[in-house]
Design a protein around this ligand. Structure first.
Ligand SMILES: C[S@@+](CC[C@H](N)C(=O)[O-])C[C@H]1O[C@@H](n2cnc3c(N)ncnc32)[C@H](O)[C@@H]1O
Length: 239
């Protein structure tokens, strides 16, 4: 789409050119690595999991990197009454769509690293974090550079700090969160603060057009203790 050499996208490119400002077009071009959204059936199942793990109506939910809000869209109706939802999205146009779709939720259109949300507050963090070898600048972690080295791990770590004790994090992340040898300090940091409830390696077809392996990770802040379940039947995608 953004490669002028590929003429098959000419028509759509022309439409985008006329509809978006230069800044919006550039932001869309830069967001392509992470501008893919979670299948709603998968998001729905993650809400079912949240329920099984104790999340109830009237709680507080955070989705960092929410895209247009596929997770909010399929949130079960019985969880709605009194629940306060906060979504964070960096891309302005995408965030504006989310704002229009969810007028009763708090949508912050800014980078997660700039978001100041209370620590120890949310009952649930749910979503599909942006991923890649993208370094994040966040002075809050200046003593823990292994956290800001990759955006996916950074999102998980900051999310964890936002959870209240006993709160639950259910997130799709890149398989390197679990696999990367260089991620051992990050994993140790997480395990000092939360109990890993389970990790599921999603089949390659889950994100059909992506070549990257994705994992579903479930962590819970103490004091509750549960055992971990790891399904590693899928051996990871070649990258
Ligand atoms: C993989 S998509 C997932 C979107 C949504 N959570 C879903 O599952 O459908 C990641 C989203 O994070 C956003 N994003 C990337 N970097 C971000 C940052 N630093 N702060 C906030 N949002 C970011 C992207 O624009 C994109 O919409």
């Amino acid at each position: 789409m953004f490669t002028a050499r590929d003429r098959s996208w000419d028509e759509l490119r022309g439409q985008m050119d006329s509809l978006l400002t230069r800044e919006e077009y550039e932001a869309a071009r830069l967001s392509t690595l992470n501008a893919h959204y979670t299948r709603r059936d998968l998001a729905f199942e993650m809400w079912q999991l949240a329920k099984r793990l104790g999340f109830r109506a009237g709680g507080t939910v955070l989705e960092p990197g929410m895209g247009v809000g596929n997770f909010f869209m399929v949130m079960p109706k019985d969880l709605m009454p009194g629940t306060r939802r906060v979504g964070v999205e960096m891309d302005e146009l995408t965030g504006a769509i989310a704002k229009a779709l969810f007028p009763n939720s708090t949508i912050l259109i800014e980078p997660f690293q700039k978001t100041s949300l209370p620590d120890n507050y949310f009952d649930l963090v749910i979503g599909n974090v942006p991923f890649g070898k993208i370094e994040i600048v966040d002075p809050a972690f200046r003593r823990e550079p292994f956290i800001t080295r990759n955006i996916h791990n950074y999102f998980l770590a900051k999310s964890l700090l936002k959870l209240r004790p006993g709160g639950v994090l259910i997130a799709i992340t890149w398989r390197h969160t679990m696999d990367a040898k260089t991620g051992k300090w990050f994993r140790a940091w997480m395990s000092e603060r939360a109990e890993l409830l389970g990790a599921i390696r999603l089949p390659r077809e889950t994100f059909q057009r992506l070549q990257w392996g994705r994992d579903l990770k479930i962590a819970e802040m103490p004091p509750k203790t549960k055992s971990a379940l790891v399904d590693s039947s899928f051996n990871g995608a070649a990258i």
